[in-house]
Write a protein that binds this ligand. Structure first.
Ligand code: PEP
Ligand code: MN
Length: 338
Protein backbone atom coordinates (compact mmCIF):
# COMPACT_ATOMS: atom_id res chain seq x y z
CA UNK A 1 0.00 0.00 0.00
CA UNK A 2 1.33 3.42 -0.93
CA UNK A 3 0.46 6.44 1.19
CA UNK A 4 1.05 9.74 -0.60
CA UNK A 5 1.51 12.70 1.74
CA UNK A 6 0.33 16.20 0.88
CA UNK A 7 2.91 18.74 -0.32
CA UNK A 8 4.38 20.49 2.69
CA UNK A 9 3.51 17.67 5.09
CA UNK A 10 5.12 17.82 8.53
CA UNK A 11 7.48 15.25 10.11
CA UNK A 12 4.80 14.65 12.76
CA UNK A 13 2.22 13.74 10.11
CA UNK A 14 4.68 11.34 8.46
CA UNK A 15 5.40 9.84 11.85
CA UNK A 16 1.67 9.39 12.42
CA UNK A 17 1.50 7.15 9.32
CA UNK A 18 4.61 5.24 10.38
CA UNK A 19 3.24 4.66 13.88
CA UNK A 20 -0.14 3.47 12.55
CA UNK A 21 1.66 0.95 10.31
CA UNK A 22 3.80 -0.25 13.19
CA UNK A 23 0.77 -0.65 15.46
CA UNK A 24 -0.68 -2.96 12.79
CA UNK A 25 2.51 -5.05 12.74
CA UNK A 26 3.55 -3.70 9.33
CA UNK A 27 6.84 -2.24 8.16
CA UNK A 28 7.43 0.97 6.22
CA UNK A 29 9.84 2.49 3.74
CA UNK A 30 9.93 6.22 3.13
CA UNK A 31 10.58 7.99 -0.12
CA UNK A 32 11.33 11.54 0.91
CA UNK A 33 11.02 13.01 -2.58
CA UNK A 34 11.96 16.59 -3.32
CA UNK A 35 8.32 17.40 -3.94
CA UNK A 36 6.28 14.81 -2.09
CA UNK A 37 6.81 12.17 0.53
CA UNK A 38 5.55 8.68 -0.10
CA UNK A 39 5.27 5.97 2.55
CA UNK A 40 5.20 2.33 1.44
CA UNK A 41 3.30 0.14 3.89
CA UNK A 42 4.71 -3.36 3.63
CA UNK A 43 3.57 -6.69 4.98
CA UNK A 44 2.00 -9.92 3.85
CA UNK A 45 -1.57 -8.91 4.76
CA UNK A 46 -1.79 -5.34 3.44
CA UNK A 47 -4.15 -6.60 0.72
CA UNK A 48 -6.88 -7.13 3.36
CA UNK A 49 -6.31 -3.82 5.11
CA UNK A 50 -8.93 -1.07 4.55
CA UNK A 51 -7.29 1.96 2.91
CA UNK A 52 -9.24 4.15 5.38
CA UNK A 53 -6.87 3.06 8.14
CA UNK A 54 -4.41 5.50 6.60
CA UNK A 55 -6.63 7.80 4.54
CA UNK A 56 -8.07 9.36 7.74
CA UNK A 57 -4.69 10.42 9.12
CA UNK A 58 -3.62 14.10 8.98
CA UNK A 59 -1.41 15.01 6.01
CA UNK A 60 -2.45 12.01 3.90
CA UNK A 61 -3.42 12.87 0.34
CA UNK A 62 -3.92 9.45 -1.22
CA UNK A 63 -3.77 5.75 -0.43
CA UNK A 64 -3.32 3.28 -3.27
CA UNK A 65 -2.67 -0.41 -3.46
CA UNK A 66 0.17 -1.61 -5.64
CA UNK A 67 -1.24 -4.64 -7.37
CA UNK A 68 2.16 -5.81 -8.63
CA UNK A 69 4.29 -8.14 -6.50
CA UNK A 70 7.14 -5.65 -6.41
CA UNK A 71 6.61 -2.48 -4.41
CA UNK A 72 9.81 -0.53 -3.64
CA UNK A 73 11.19 -0.96 -7.17
CA UNK A 74 7.97 0.42 -8.64
CA UNK A 75 7.26 3.86 -10.07
CA UNK A 76 4.24 4.04 -7.75
CA UNK A 77 6.63 4.18 -4.79
CA UNK A 78 9.15 6.46 -6.46
CA UNK A 79 8.15 8.44 -9.50
CA UNK A 80 11.49 10.07 -10.29
CA UNK A 81 14.43 8.13 -11.75
CA UNK A 82 16.93 6.83 -9.21
CA UNK A 83 20.56 7.75 -9.64
CA UNK A 84 23.33 5.56 -8.31
CA UNK A 85 26.58 7.36 -7.66
CA UNK A 86 29.89 5.49 -7.51
CA UNK A 87 32.87 7.69 -6.62
CA UNK A 88 31.18 10.56 -8.44
CA UNK A 89 30.17 8.48 -11.50
CA UNK A 90 26.42 8.74 -11.80
CA UNK A 91 24.40 5.88 -13.28
CA UNK A 92 20.90 6.70 -14.46
CA UNK A 93 21.60 10.25 -15.63
CA UNK A 94 22.52 11.62 -19.06
CA UNK A 95 25.84 9.85 -19.20
CA UNK A 96 26.06 6.27 -20.53
CA UNK A 97 28.38 4.51 -18.09
CA UNK A 98 30.53 1.78 -19.61
CA UNK A 99 31.92 -0.97 -17.38
CA UNK A 100 34.43 -3.16 -19.18
CA UNK A 101 37.11 -5.73 -18.54
CA UNK A 102 37.73 -9.45 -18.56
CA UNK A 103 35.18 -12.06 -17.58
CA UNK A 104 37.60 -13.36 -14.94
CA UNK A 105 40.71 -11.98 -13.29
CA UNK A 106 43.41 -14.41 -14.44
CA UNK A 107 46.72 -12.79 -13.54
CA UNK A 108 48.21 -9.44 -12.62
CA UNK A 109 49.51 -8.89 -16.15
CA UNK A 110 46.16 -9.68 -17.75
CA UNK A 111 44.17 -7.41 -15.44
CA UNK A 112 46.58 -4.49 -15.67
CA UNK A 113 46.65 -4.70 -19.46
CA UNK A 114 42.85 -4.90 -19.60
CA UNK A 115 42.46 -2.04 -17.11
CA UNK A 116 44.83 0.20 -19.03
CA UNK A 117 43.05 -0.46 -22.33
CA UNK A 118 39.48 -0.03 -21.14
CA UNK A 119 40.33 3.17 -19.29
CA UNK A 120 42.19 4.58 -22.29
CA UNK A 121 39.24 3.92 -24.59
CA UNK A 122 36.65 5.50 -22.31
CA UNK A 123 35.28 2.93 -19.86
CA UNK A 124 34.68 4.45 -16.44
CA UNK A 125 34.46 1.23 -14.42
CA UNK A 126 36.64 -1.92 -14.61
CA UNK A 127 34.98 -5.34 -14.41
CA UNK A 128 36.62 -8.65 -13.50
CA UNK A 129 35.32 -11.80 -11.82
CA UNK A 130 37.21 -13.23 -8.85
CA UNK A 131 34.48 -15.70 -7.86
CA UNK A 132 33.05 -17.34 -10.98
CA UNK A 133 29.81 -19.32 -10.86
CA UNK A 134 30.38 -21.98 -13.54
CA UNK A 135 27.99 -24.48 -15.04
CA UNK A 136 30.58 -27.25 -14.67
CA UNK A 137 32.41 -28.04 -11.43
CA UNK A 138 35.53 -28.75 -13.51
CA UNK A 139 35.78 -25.24 -15.02
CA UNK A 140 37.97 -22.38 -13.73
CA UNK A 141 36.21 -20.82 -10.74
CA UNK A 142 38.29 -17.67 -10.38
CA UNK A 143 41.25 -16.52 -8.30
CA UNK A 144 39.03 -15.67 -5.33
CA UNK A 145 40.78 -13.50 -2.69
CA UNK A 146 43.94 -13.15 -4.79
CA UNK A 147 41.71 -11.89 -7.62
CA UNK A 148 40.13 -9.31 -5.30
CA UNK A 149 43.60 -8.08 -4.32
CA UNK A 150 44.49 -7.63 -7.99
CA UNK A 151 41.24 -5.71 -8.58
CA UNK A 152 42.10 -3.39 -5.68
CA UNK A 153 45.56 -2.85 -7.16
CA UNK A 154 44.13 -2.04 -10.62
CA UNK A 155 41.60 0.33 -9.04
CA UNK A 156 44.43 2.21 -7.36
CA UNK A 157 46.68 2.21 -10.41
CA UNK A 158 44.03 3.48 -12.84
CA UNK A 159 41.90 5.47 -10.43
CA UNK A 160 38.66 3.82 -11.57
CA UNK A 161 36.05 1.92 -9.57
CA UNK A 162 35.83 -1.85 -9.95
CA UNK A 163 32.90 -4.25 -10.11
CA UNK A 164 33.03 -7.94 -9.30
CA UNK A 165 30.58 -10.76 -8.66
CA UNK A 166 29.79 -12.14 -5.23
CA UNK A 167 28.30 -15.62 -5.11
CA UNK A 168 28.18 -16.42 -1.41
CA UNK A 169 26.41 -14.29 1.25
CA UNK A 170 29.35 -14.95 3.60
CA UNK A 171 31.72 -13.22 1.17
CA UNK A 172 29.82 -9.92 0.96
CA UNK A 173 31.99 -8.05 3.47
CA UNK A 174 35.22 -9.48 2.04
CA UNK A 175 34.31 -8.50 -1.53
CA UNK A 176 33.09 -5.08 -0.34
CA UNK A 177 36.48 -4.41 1.22
CA UNK A 178 38.28 -4.60 -2.13
CA UNK A 179 35.74 -3.40 -4.69
CA UNK A 180 33.18 -0.67 -5.35
CA UNK A 181 30.20 -2.44 -6.92
CA UNK A 182 28.88 -5.89 -6.11
CA UNK A 183 27.50 -7.93 -8.99
CA UNK A 184 24.74 -10.49 -8.51
CA UNK A 185 24.95 -12.95 -11.38
CA UNK A 186 22.11 -14.26 -13.48
CA UNK A 187 22.23 -17.63 -11.71
CA UNK A 188 21.87 -15.94 -8.33
CA UNK A 189 19.10 -13.45 -9.09
CA UNK A 190 16.78 -15.38 -6.80
CA UNK A 191 19.36 -16.40 -4.20
CA UNK A 192 17.41 -14.76 -1.42
CA UNK A 193 20.10 -15.19 1.24
CA UNK A 194 22.56 -13.37 -1.04
CA UNK A 195 20.02 -10.63 -1.85
CA UNK A 196 19.29 -10.12 1.86
CA UNK A 197 23.00 -9.91 2.74
CA UNK A 198 23.69 -7.38 -0.03
CA UNK A 199 20.57 -5.43 0.93
CA UNK A 200 21.97 -5.04 4.44
CA UNK A 201 25.44 -4.14 3.16
CA UNK A 202 24.07 -1.02 1.40
CA UNK A 203 26.83 -1.33 -1.22
CA UNK A 204 26.19 -0.32 -4.84
CA UNK A 205 24.95 -3.45 -6.60
CA UNK A 206 24.29 -4.62 -10.15
CA UNK A 207 21.44 -7.15 -10.19
CA UNK A 208 21.59 -9.24 -13.36
CA UNK A 209 18.37 -10.67 -14.72
CA UNK A 210 17.99 -14.41 -14.24
CA UNK A 211 18.06 -15.88 -17.72
CA UNK A 212 14.76 -17.66 -17.13
CA UNK A 213 13.11 -14.94 -15.10
CA UNK A 214 10.37 -12.50 -15.99
CA UNK A 215 10.72 -8.77 -15.52
CA UNK A 216 8.26 -8.99 -12.62
CA UNK A 217 10.41 -11.61 -10.88
CA UNK A 218 13.49 -9.47 -11.51
CA UNK A 219 11.93 -6.37 -9.95
CA UNK A 220 10.63 -8.42 -7.04
CA UNK A 221 14.19 -9.66 -6.45
CA UNK A 222 15.29 -6.01 -6.49
CA UNK A 223 12.76 -5.40 -3.70
CA UNK A 224 14.87 -7.67 -1.45
CA UNK A 225 17.81 -5.29 -1.89
CA UNK A 226 15.68 -2.17 -1.43
CA UNK A 227 13.84 -3.60 1.58
CA UNK A 228 17.19 -4.11 3.30
CA UNK A 229 17.80 -0.38 2.99
CA UNK A 230 20.09 -0.56 -0.04
CA UNK A 231 18.92 1.98 -2.58
CA UNK A 232 22.03 1.81 -4.78
CA UNK A 233 20.54 -0.79 -7.10
CA UNK A 234 21.31 -1.05 -10.83
CA UNK A 235 19.53 -3.61 -13.00
CA UNK A 236 21.36 -5.44 -15.79
CA UNK A 237 19.68 -7.15 -18.74
CA UNK A 238 21.97 -9.90 -20.04
CA UNK A 239 19.78 -12.04 -22.26
CA UNK A 240 17.19 -14.69 -21.56
CA UNK A 241 16.70 -18.27 -22.66
CA UNK A 242 14.36 -18.68 -25.62
CA UNK A 243 13.89 -21.29 -28.35
CA UNK A 244 16.51 -19.44 -30.42
CA UNK A 245 19.83 -21.28 -30.37
CA UNK A 246 21.91 -19.33 -32.88
CA UNK A 247 22.93 -16.96 -30.10
CA UNK A 248 23.91 -17.80 -26.50
CA UNK A 249 20.94 -15.94 -24.97
CA UNK A 250 18.32 -13.66 -26.55
CA UNK A 251 18.83 -10.10 -25.40
CA UNK A 252 15.41 -8.80 -24.38
CA UNK A 253 15.80 -5.30 -25.78
CA UNK A 254 12.23 -4.48 -24.80
CA UNK A 255 13.11 -4.96 -21.13
CA UNK A 256 14.79 -1.53 -21.28
CA UNK A 257 11.65 0.53 -22.02
CA UNK A 258 9.55 -1.83 -19.88
CA UNK A 259 11.84 -1.27 -16.87
CA UNK A 260 11.82 2.48 -17.54
CA UNK A 261 8.03 2.43 -17.53
CA UNK A 262 7.47 0.38 -14.39
CA UNK A 263 10.56 1.10 -12.29
CA UNK A 264 12.70 4.03 -11.17
CA UNK A 265 15.88 1.94 -11.12
CA UNK A 266 18.66 2.45 -13.66
CA UNK A 267 19.22 -0.35 -16.17
CA UNK A 268 22.42 -1.33 -17.95
CA UNK A 269 22.93 -4.04 -20.57
CA UNK A 270 25.51 -6.80 -20.86
CA UNK A 271 25.75 -7.56 -24.58
CA UNK A 272 28.59 -10.08 -24.12
CA UNK A 273 26.77 -12.87 -22.29
CA UNK A 274 23.77 -12.53 -24.60
CA UNK A 275 25.91 -12.63 -27.74
CA UNK A 276 28.27 -15.44 -26.84
CA UNK A 277 30.38 -14.33 -29.82
CA UNK A 278 32.52 -11.21 -30.15
CA UNK A 279 31.21 -10.42 -33.63
CA UNK A 280 27.66 -9.94 -32.32
CA UNK A 281 28.55 -7.75 -29.34
CA UNK A 282 28.81 -4.30 -31.03
CA UNK A 283 25.37 -4.40 -32.71
CA UNK A 284 23.67 -5.49 -29.47
CA UNK A 285 25.54 -2.86 -27.45
CA UNK A 286 24.52 -0.11 -29.88
CA UNK A 287 20.89 -1.28 -29.90
CA UNK A 288 20.87 -1.17 -26.09
CA UNK A 289 22.09 2.43 -25.99
CA UNK A 290 19.59 3.42 -28.69
CA UNK A 291 16.80 1.78 -26.65
CA UNK A 292 17.61 3.84 -23.55
CA UNK A 293 20.02 1.75 -21.48
CA UNK A 294 21.91 3.74 -18.84
CA UNK A 295 25.14 1.84 -19.35
CA UNK A 296 26.88 -1.26 -20.61
CA UNK A 297 28.84 -4.11 -19.04
CA UNK A 298 31.21 -5.44 -21.71
CA UNK A 299 33.79 -8.21 -21.66
CA UNK A 300 37.18 -7.07 -22.95
CA UNK A 301 40.31 -9.24 -22.80
CA UNK A 302 43.84 -8.23 -23.86
CA UNK A 303 44.20 -11.60 -25.58
CA UNK A 304 40.82 -13.35 -25.98
CA UNK A 305 42.43 -16.43 -27.56
CA UNK A 306 44.16 -17.15 -24.25
CA UNK A 307 41.21 -16.32 -21.98
CA UNK A 308 40.33 -18.89 -19.34
CA UNK A 309 36.65 -17.94 -19.48
CA UNK A 310 34.42 -16.48 -22.22
CA UNK A 311 37.20 -15.73 -24.71
CA UNK A 312 34.86 -16.18 -27.66
CA UNK A 313 32.60 -13.34 -26.58
CA UNK A 314 35.37 -11.01 -25.40
CA UNK A 315 36.35 -7.96 -27.41
CA UNK A 316 39.99 -7.15 -28.03
CA UNK A 317 41.08 -3.68 -26.88
CA UNK A 318 40.98 -2.43 -30.48
CA UNK A 319 37.45 -3.86 -31.05
CA UNK A 320 36.45 -2.10 -27.84
CA UNK A 321 37.99 1.20 -28.97
CA UNK A 322 35.98 1.00 -32.22
CA UNK A 323 32.78 0.19 -30.38
CA UNK A 324 33.24 3.15 -28.03
CA UNK A 325 33.63 5.46 -31.02
CA UNK A 326 30.45 4.13 -32.61
CA UNK A 327 28.56 4.37 -29.35
CA UNK A 328 29.33 8.07 -29.00
CA UNK A 329 27.20 9.01 -31.99
CA UNK A 330 24.36 6.67 -30.97
CA UNK A 331 24.39 8.17 -27.49
CA UNK A 332 24.28 11.68 -28.94
CA UNK A 333 21.32 10.82 -31.15
CA UNK A 334 19.28 9.84 -28.05
CA UNK A 335 20.31 12.89 -26.04
CA UNK A 336 22.99 11.14 -24.00
CA UNK A 337 26.79 11.09 -23.93
CA UNK A 338 29.57 8.68 -23.04
C1 PEP B 1 29.58 -12.40 -15.75
O1 PEP B 1 29.21 -11.24 -15.87
O2 PEP B 1 30.75 -12.73 -15.72
C2 PEP B 1 28.56 -13.48 -15.67
C3 PEP B 1 28.85 -14.67 -15.18
O3 PEP B 1 27.36 -13.11 -16.16
P1 PEP B 1 25.90 -13.77 -15.96
O4 PEP B 1 25.70 -13.90 -14.49
O5 PEP B 1 25.01 -12.79 -16.62
O6 PEP B 1 25.93 -15.11 -16.67
MN1 MN C 1 31.70 -14.03 -18.65
Amino acid sequence: MIVGMRTGTTPEEIDGVVQRAKSLGLSVQLNLGTDKTVVAILGSNTGQLPTEFFAVLPGVESVTRIMKPYKLASREFKEEDSLVSINGIEIGGKRIVVMAGPCAVESEGQLIEAGRAVKEFGASILRGGAFKPRTSPFSFHGMEKAGLELLARAKKQFGIPVITEVVDPHDVSLVSKYTDILQIGSRNMQNFALLTAIGKSKRPVVLKRGFSCTITEWLTAADYLLAGGNNQVILCERGIRTFEDSIRFSLDISSIPVIKRFSHLPIIVDPSHAAGHYSLVPAIAKAAVAAGADGLLVEVHPNPKEALVDGLQSLTPSDFARLMEELRSIAKSVGRYI
